[in-house]
Write a protein that binds this ligand. Structure first.
Ligand code: RFL
Ligand code: PHB
Length: 391
């Protein structure tokens, strides 16, 4: 097999890039290790920056997003039993949209299977050869056979556990990692959300987040210790802990319903530099991970591929590789801003295990500053709703 751009990974980054390249008339192929059912069911992100929603619309994947996505004008910060609303249009001139990553993946898969370019499921890449040459090659397994895909360019959109990052020689790579000393227990529940906007709560003994998937499905998260097994959290314990962490003095109530999914996610920051080696470029979780408190992971993946698609389109039209040459640097500037923001949100809202009264007073001072100062609130709103693309 041969193509111009070989894309490893059919998550949101790989699928959106394929769609954007296809619309520019640039030939590409997507290899996805898992089945279609698996990638369409993987429960993950839900909060889209305006730029992310606009990018999906611009490539023809906006119909269901516009019909079913929930436009949010702010978030609520909850601490010391009080509620503080942040008004995003007033503070940052932008809104955000709640639309599940599973739905984005379904929309992009359906478009790609209907209109191309080729998307192979159960096609696992196991080697990238000669990335520094003009003719890199991907080796992969598909339908019990070992096959090759010859490319002009290889894009690693294969997530944190993929193979692409390791195809950059270790001597040329720098990685930066921070593991937070807590995890999130996430649930889906068949109950209408108890709020109109997302609630980020610093409860007395830890963090809780109230998000949603639709007018009838709630998505909730709880801070739990690292190494927690979901089975240690029967439904009743989850609801009781959520009640405690969201408790206010004005009698707000969390509605309960049947829990349909439960999983634990560790909280990690990770950045691998550079994001390009010869004709291999990385995008999304393959190059960087942020803790979900800032809701930035999917949005960063989409920003990467928007820049990539723009760079390939420029090369196609003018022959210039200037944007491709600055791709890694442009992405990493944004990635570090998001890493910093996600770190600040995470450390401001979670209980530090073994943390003393001093740390807790500092957290409350940070939260209080955001609640009281329009400048501090505007800074949070600008970063949460998304920085402009640049480039
Ligand atoms: P993905 O989604 O991991 O997709 C990578 C794909 O590559 C495939 N693959 C391979 N294919 C072929 N050959 C190989 N050798 C391969 N190795 C791997 C995999 O099967 C997979 O299909 O990465 P991508 O596309 O970069 O997308 C990144 C996002 O998925 C991720 O950043 C977000 O989900 C993070 N995230 C959130 N981001 C947000 O912007 N807003 C949020 O509200 C938000 N909430 C979250 C989140 C992540 C969470 N978890 C579970 C980590 C909430 C949670 C709980
Ligand atoms: C989600 O809806 O899954 C979600 C929303 C906001 C976050 C993290 C996760 O910060």
């Amino acid at each position: 097999m041969r193509t111009r751009v070989g894309i490893i990974g059919g998550g949101p980054a790989g699928l959106l890039l394929a769609r954007m390249l296809h619309r520019e008339g640039i030939d590409c192929v997507v290899l996805e290790a898992r089945t279609r059912t698996y990638v369409e069911r993987r429960q993950r992100a839900g909060m889209l920056e305006q730029g992310t929603a606009d990018a999906l619309r611009a490539c023809g994947a906006g119909a269901r997003l516009d019909a079913e996505g929930l436009v949010h004008h702010g978030i609520e910060l909850r601490f010391e039993r009080g509620r503080h609303h942040l008004d995003f249009p007033a503070l940052a001139g932008r809104t955000v949209t709640i639309y599940a990553q599973t739905e984005i993946v379904k929309d992009l898969v359906a478009l790609q299977l209907a209109e191309g370019p080729p998307l192979l499921f159960e096609a696992e890449a196991y080697a990238i050869e000669k990335p520094e040459s003009d003719a890199p090659r991907i080796r992969f397994r598909h339908e019990g056979r070992e096959r090759t895909l010859d490319c002009d360019w290889v894009i690693g959109c294969d997530g944190f556990h993929g193979i692409a990052r390791a195809a950059i020689p270790a001597a040329l790579r720098r990685t930066y990692t921070y593991d937070f000393p807590y995890s999130w227990l996430g649930i889906l529940a068949d109950v209408p959300p108890s709020c109109e906007e997302l609630i980020y709560a610093r409860g007395a003994d830890g963090f809780a987040l109230h998000s949603m998937r639709s007018p009838s499905v709630s998505r909730l998260y709880l801070q739990v210790p690292n190494g927690t097994e979901p089975s240690a959290w029967p439904d009743d314990r989850i609801w009781r802990t959520l009640d405690e962490r969201f408790a206010t003095d004005d009698g707000w109530r969390l509605e309960r319903g049947p829990i349909t999914a439960k999983s634990v996610t560790p909280m990690r920051s990770y950045v691998s530099e550079p994001m390009r080696h010869g004709r291999l470029l990385l995008a999304g979780d393959a190059a960087h991970i942020v803790p979900p408190t800032g809701a930035k992971g999917l949005n960063l993946a989409v920003s990467d591929v928007r820049l990539l698609a723009r760079a390939f389109a420029e090369r196609e039209r003018t022959g210039s590789e200037q944007l491709l040459d600055s791709y890694s640097q442009l992405c990493l500037e944004r990635v570090w801003q998001a890493t910093r923001f996600s770190f600040d949100m995470t450390t401001m809202l979670h209980a530090q295990p073994g943390g003393g009264a001093f740390e807790q007073r500092l957290q409350h001072a940070r939260l209080r500053r955001i609640a009281d100062s329009p400048h501090a609130a505007a800074e949070l709103a600008a970063l949460y709703t998304g920085l402009p693309l640049g480039g």
